[in-house]
Ligand binder design. Structure first.
Ligand code: SF4
Length: 402
């Protein structure tokens, strides 16, 4: 499949320091992805999702004085943090094959951040420039005090609060309660519309019909825009791209396709199972011609397209999140807090910083703000998935929260 000029034109603008470089969308056959060193397919010893990480060998160095003085979370590559992803639990009722093993052990509850700690960290992050917070997991709807967290965030900050969920536990009452508490919108994961595949992929007793019902309820409760996420794996569900894209047309939502990333707890990721955004787009366009939208935020992870046969203002869109073929790290504005209180400057960080200890040992808000500024300063330039030196993070997606 040859990609024309518009594909090259549709490449992402990344900015590192003063230089703006364009990264063309690449077809999965042309990206030299080598198997990460030591990526065992073997069966790892069961352990707490986040346990594998050794405590830091080195203390967190302070960021330069001028950075601290700016009271913004900026990294050494000139990127500013505006989006905070907070994992509120590492528990999940699914065991998705690209995420966690059936025998995963969860962190002891006392090591997880409390509702008050989550709200305090969020308020400090807002004072440092954060404008959006996404609550993640594991599966955040499993958290018994999710409504309290949302209420706390709405009371302590003015940030937009969103939630990502597998939608298997949604009810109209809970959606209404979260909306009333201050939740703005939802992102829902759905990787297959075929019950048998869905069961094999998620290793759960839930069904696509249940998730679709969750989509409809979320729309009814106006937790919009509702966005849908799917991870396509070659030879597994990559033949469902058109059906999944059709969901966007049926419900008037944005259906995003995320390239499969090496973040699974089994370290079983391998490039032969990976499908590029370009390939997925090509498959969809053979049925539904698309045209690039021109209103994507520079730091947005998704490149969105609308259907040429639908009105320009139709909310039905297709998006591609292509970290492997079209890295968007140059404009990254994201920081993550894990459920057990670690600051992860990058999704693929191999280093993370323990915020929970100062949080629980009497640090002031200013000291915690300095800590978050210092941790951000250490953020790596990008994920390096396609580089030979790539190191598969120890902490799996389920304990990071995506
Ligand atoms: S891989 Fe890291 S740097 Fe790149 S976009 Fe994701 S979080 Fe940002």
């Amino acid at each position: 499949m040859e990609l024309g000029d518009e594909a090259v034109g549709a490449g992402r603008l990344t900015e590192i320091g003063a230089e703006r470089v364009r990264t063309p969308m690449q077809d999965s056959r042309t990206v030299p992805v080598s198997r990460p060193a030591g990526a065992g397919g073997g069966f790892a010893l069961p352990q707490f999702a986040g346990q594998a990480l050794r405590p830091q060998d080195r203390a967190l160095a302070p960021a330069p004085e001028y950075v601290r003085a700016g009271r913004r979370m900026v990294d050494s590559h000139g990127r500013t943090i505006r989006d905070l992803r907070i994992s509120i639990t590492d528990r999940c009722n699914f065991r998705c094959v690209y995420c966690m093993e059936p025998d995963v052990r969860f962190a002891p509850p006392e090591t997880l951040l409390t509702v008050d700690e989550i709200v305090r960290v969020a308020a400090i992050a807002e004072s440092l420039g954060v404008r959006k917070i996404r609550l993640t997991g594991g599966e955040p709807t499993l958290h018994p005090r999710l409504a309290d967290i949302i209420t706390g965030l709405a009371g302590a900050t003015d940030v937009e609060v969103a939630l990502i969920t597998n939608a298997s536990l949604l009810s109209r009452d809970s959606l209404r309660a979260w909306k009333d508490a201050g939740l703005a919108r939802l992102t829902i994961s759905i990787d297959s519309l075929r019950p048998d595949r869905f069961a094999r992929l998620t290793r759960s007793t839930s069904s696509p019909a249940q998730v679709i019902e969750g989509v409809q309820m979320s729309l009814d409760e106006r937790l919009t825009p509702v966005k849908l996420n799917a991870v396509l794996i070659r030879g597994f569900n990559d033949d469902e791209a058109v059906e999944l894209a059709a969901l966007a047309r049926t419900f008037g939502v944005e259906m995003r396709f995320i390239e499969y990333m090496p973040l699974d707890s089994a370290h079983a990721w391998d490039s032969s199972k990976w499908v590029s955004a370009a390939e997925t787009r090509g498959a969809i366009e053979r049925v539904f011609p698309l045209i690039a939208c021109d209103d994507d935020e520079p730091s947005s992870t998704a490149r969105t397209f609308r259907f040429t046969d639908l009105p320009n203002d139709s909310p039905a869109r297709v998006g591609f999140i292509a970290p492997v073929s079209t890295p968007f790290c140059g404009a990254c504005s994201r920081l993550r807090i894990t459920a057990d209180g670690k600051v992860r400057p990058c999704l693929f960080s191999t280093t993370e910083w323990d915020l929970r200890s100062p949080l629980r040992s009497g640090a002031t808000d200013d000291e915690l703000a300095d800590f978050m500024i210092d941790a951000t300063w250490t953020k790596q330039p990008g994920h390096g998935i396609t580089s030979h030196g790539f190191v598969h993070p120890e902490r799996p997606m389920s304990a990071i929260g995506g």
